[in-house]
Design a protein around this ligand. Sequence first.
Ligand code: SF4
Length: 468
Amino acid sequence: MQNNAIDFKRQVTVKLADIKLQGALSRLQSRFVEGRSAVISEIADLPETRNAAAAIRDRVLNDLEHWLLQFEQQATARGAIVHWAETGEDVNRIVAEIARQHSVRTAAKSKSMVSEECGLNDALEQAGVEVMETDLGEYILQLAHEAPSHIVAPVVHKNKEEVADLFAEKHQLPRKTGIAELCREAREILRPAFLNADMGISGANFLVAETGSALIVTNEGNGRLVTTLPRVHVAITGIEKVVPTLEDVSTLLRLLPRSATGQSITNYVSVLTGTRGRDDHDGPEHFHIVLLDNGRSKLLGSEMQEMLRCIRCGACMNHCPVYQNIGGHAYGWVYPGPMGSILTPLLSGLEKSPDLPNASTFCGACAAVCPVKIPLPDLLRKLREKQMERGMKSHRETFMLKAWAWLALRPNLYALATRIAVRGMRLLGGKEGLLHRLPGAHGWSDGRDFPAPAGRTFRELYRHGSRK
Ligand code: SF4
């Protein structure tokens, strides 16, 4: 997927004015936020479970090489072939080569954010492989030539009527509007794609080091068809997805679906281990697992390592007031919302996504719901600090921050300056008590009125109150 994160500000303006999008985003509240809230309380020991989940992820990340090598050894012993890809181009080259070796003409694909990260579909099409997305959401996007806007619900930006129009146009069938009818129509179109595919491509939610398994968590049966029917299966995922044991996976699975879709469990959890055995009726003859680095290993041991704990549940974006208003496409790349505002600059460079670390109100909702306790606001703040260090902030912002820091280190002067400022702002607010424009903060105050301060500082009020 093309990285357009540099275009964030312009995209925000467009998305805020998009009435259809605003309507579609309102579903986040009812479907995901309320859904999560209803089922997360089923976990009686939620704080302990979140701590355990974070600890599992940290244990892996603190010794990632060890767990990856164990995974490779176990997977290889069960007939899989593990490939190591440093970049997205490497993934594309490796998968195209696998397709060439096995004379693959058609591929059925299940959802994989990493393949979006690499732009795999385009690369395979160029190599002469016809790729069919089989997750309903991804299939809709493929028909519409659009990118996902959410990591769990990729088509959350579209409403049912738009999908009905799209199907009628692309399938050349009478327009249907019932969800069940639309699903049935998609299923009938997709069925031959499963049966005829030479290769199945999937992602992996987790890789299990002790068994060499790739594990996928889905709500649609297509994942199982993609991974078991074609003679070749390629699973593509990031190196950070490994976990030591199946028991560790069971801990993470208590949190993942509840955080993601507000379900206690998902419809399918598939543990894919090795190639088809002699007595097996299904399963691939060839199982390739492609592990992508693409900048992840550089985060190990750094102050940003905690971001690699992410299990891609999407809860942070569902609860983020910024995402709720602009949707996923505005972020310009595969990963939207708070996690994307950190991951995109880390993986593709702060210079290519300078506005993303600022796409946060710092309300802390993302960190409060993150099942693996990633301190997302802290990481965003660290990225902002890096921007300051690298001189990426505007002269005005740099000057104002430096002036504030200088003042904050001189308490008496600070008290005097704030006394003058709050009185001045009180006067500016007049009888109405509202500031319509704040000097030096036009971008912020253009769209809202700021209540004028009471006229005295907190310290003055406190002193006054304590004398009573
Ligand atoms: S950062 Fe946390 S909440 Fe956001 S997708 Fe990752 S695991 Fe889920």
